[in-house]
Design a protein around this ligand. Structure first.
Ligand SMILES: Nc1ncnc2c1ncn2[C@@H]1O[C@H](COP(=O)(O)OP(=O)(O)O)[C@@H](O)[C@H]1O
Ligand SMILES: [Mg+2]
Length: 291
């Protein structure tokens, strides 16, 4: 991640300028130089100086149309989030990459207070394709323009919200620790991704734990994961399951909630049938869920 390499070199003025661009992006796709002067309070010379540094670090883009306009790149947004997490004494050290998904990067981090290992998930909605943004249409419909950064922040906020509800309810999700902009800090999951597991002693038991999770989060908390698959389930050494990756969760007041709930159940049942020869009578499960 570019931000990790440059964040130590950034000066207060760089961060203040990044902040000013972020503020401007609520109104503008590309923030005009004149607006940045107002937001930053800098003289033209100072502002020009910092903007040039940020361009050199590849944290922002400049577009020359009728006017000079600036916008944050993901790398610049990363710097703002990481800086906030460091300033708030949440994280200090960074380790290696834990996972690259389609729409998020996950890294090892060290928590400032406990010195425990944790994970930071940084959302990058629209990186793979702008097409995916459609998923978030329902809650961006009334914005004039939408940036990938803005949607990534919404995705992180939504994911954090679901994790908090489920974690407080005693369900097995990573412990949510802190959220800033498009990032979430959460407890580190030890274990093996279900998709990488080729043998299970008692697969039916694991499958039941997953169904229990789906049932409790739906029945007690009105939360439907809606992207559930073997890629979003961790199995620990003592055979507990941890469910993660929640940005696209829906609530059970969604008009098509039965479709998403059935799809989650089907995906898991189908995976266990293919890989572990466990047959599930889906109608029995649907009946229990009353769907
Ligand atoms: N809390 C965590 N602890 C350890 N590894 C994690 C954690 N969260 C995510 N990962 C790793 O990062 C990968 C991608 O995370 P995920 O939340 O599924 O995002 P994506 O939207 O990219 O699929 C996971 O498959 C997993 O390997
Ligand atoms: Mg995932």
């Amino acid at each position: 991640m570019k931000a990790l390499n440059v964040i130590k070199e950034l000066r207060e003025g760089d961060l203040h300028t990044l902040n000013s661009i972020e503020r401007g992006m609520k109104k503008h796709l590309y923030v005009p130089f004149s607006s940045l002067k107002v937001y930053s309070g800098y003289t033209e010379e100072d502002l020009e100086f910092y903007l040039n540094r940020l361009i050199d670090y590849e944290l922002i883009n400049l577009k020359r149309t009728a006017y000079k306009g600036y916008k944050l790149r993901f790398s610049g947004y990363d710097c703002l989030a990481l800086n906030a997490l460091i300033k708030a004494d949440i994280i200090e050290g960074f380790g290696h990459k834990l996972g690259v998904g389609k729409e998020a990067d996950v890294y090892d981090v060290l928590l400032s207070n406990s010195k425990e290992r944790a994970a930071i998930k940084i959302h990058r909605v629209g990186r793979a394709s702008f097409h995916h943004i459609k998923r978030y249409r329902t809650y961006i419909s009334n914005r004039k323009h939408i940036s990938k950064l803005y949607i990534s922040r919404l995705a992180a906020q939504r994911e954090y919200e679901a994790m908090n509800i489920l974690y407080s309810g005693g369900l097995s999700v990573p412990k949510p620790i802190f959220q800033n902009r498009h990032s979430i800090v959460m407890s580190f999951m030890n274990g093996e991704l279900l998709s990488n597991i080729n043998y299970l002693d008692k697969p039916q038991k694991i499958l039941n734990k997953i169904f229990d999770f789906i049932y409790l989060s739906f029945n007690n908390h009105d939360i439907i994961h809606s992207d559930l698959s073997e890629f979003n389930i961790m199995v620990t050494d003592d055979l507990e399951v941890i469910i993660f990756d929640f940005p696209q969760w829906i609530s059970s007041d969604h008009p098509q909630y039965t479709f998403y709930l059935k799809r989650d159940i089907f995906n898991i049942a189908n995976f266990f049938r293919r890989k572990f020869k466990v047959i599930t009578e889906l109608n029995n499960i649907y009946e229990k869920f009353e769907i």
